[in-house]
Write a protein that binds this ligand. Structure first.
Ligand code: NAP
Length: 281
């Protein structure tokens, strides 16, 4: 397979780790193809996507802020993308733009890998956040039959909208009521942008939480957020966001290049060291 090209589109895009991940797999599988970053500003995204099926790329990863517009413009989408109203993977078929969402797969596969058998112990989950990532997290938890899902968000109205999007099965709650829900929780997920490099940490009190509850932060830069540090220090099992990033990329690679790649410890170490380098800057 030679001369193929894929890319990641977003705005800004300079910090995307997708090229590192996909180029690693291209080398492992000896595929002669390229994968690049393309900065597409919001005013150019529609035109970019219109021309995509006739352009030089076999496919693209889609990141902030283009996941929703990519969903709207894709002619064919997979059922997960339809449920989320967002697309993070694009390709084309017979001149038509096609899209899928692999974030749910990434979120669940990472949990499966780091906490095998987690579903058996998780009846109640708290999802902090109500944006695009939280939507994927809630969808994944519903799919995996988590009985009670509480969505906590700064803007309560957004948490309510998200709960309603899933037929009211999850419940929306404010930060004020968090201590009450924490007592019951078996899993707490940070799906906000808090804790990212340059952002304030997610400041929640873990004291009411059982020591067996899993704390999962989908933020991956830094790899160990303040939330994960605090959870680890009190003995809770923790899951970081890097695995989600790696696992969501695998089905996209397979779609474009025809080989299902492995999320290996070597790949994880490669991306982790890149994140550590950035943290030192
Ligand atoms: P988004 O749609 O912009 O949502 C941001 C969320 O963070 C909202 O719930 C927002 O609350 C909350 N938030 C932001 N600033 C806050 C503050 N100061 N105080 C309290 N809440 C605040 O973003 P997203 O696409 O869902 O992404 C969220 C995070 O997930 C990002 O850090 C992203 O890097 C990460 N992510 C990771 C992966 C992975 O593969 N590991 C994949 C996707 C996303 P309001 O609704 O009140 O504004």
């Amino acid at each position: 397979m030679t001369g193929l090209r894929a890319c990641v589109i977003g705005h800004p895009i300079a910090h995307s780790r997708s090229p590192l991940i996909h180029k690693y797999w291209l080398a492992v599988h000896r595929i002669e193809a390229d994968y690049t970053r393309v900065d597409v500003p919001p005013e150019e995204i529609e035109s970019f996507l219109q021309h995509f099926p006739r352009g030089p790329y076999v496919g693209a990863s889609v990141t902030v802020p283009h996941k929703e517009v990519a969903f709207r413009m894709a002619v064919e989408v997979d059922p997960v993308a339809r449920a989320l109203g967002a697309v993070n993977t694009l390709w084309h078929k017979d001149g038509r733009l096609c899209g899928a969402s692999t974030d749910v797969h990434g979120f669940i596969a990472n949990l499966n890998r780091s906490q095998p058998g987690w579903e058996n112990g998780v009846k109640t989950a708290i999802v902090v956040g109500a944006g695009g990532a939280a939507r994927a997290v809630v969808y994944g938890l519903i799919e995996r039959k988590v009985t009670n899902i509480v969505i906590v968000n700064r803007t309560l109205a957004r948490a309510k909208t998200l709960a309603e999007h899933f037929g009211g099965k999850p419940v929306a709650a404010s930060f004020k009521s968090l201590p009450i829900h924490m007592r019951e929780a078996d899993l707490v997920v940070n799906a906000t942008s808090l804790g990212m490099n340059g952002q304030a940490p997610l400041d929640i009190d873990l004291a009411p939480l059982r020591k067996t509850a899993i704390v999962y932060d989908i933020v991956y830069a830094p790899l160990e957020t303040e939330l994960l540090k605090a959870a680890k220090a009190r003995g809770n099992p923790v899951v970081d966001g890097l695995g989600m990033l790696l696992h969501q990329a695998a089905p996209a690679f397979e779609r474009w290049f025809g080989v299902r790649p492995e999320v290996t410890p070597e790949l994880r170490a490669l991306v982790a060291s890149d994140l550590a380098r950035e943290a030192k800057k």
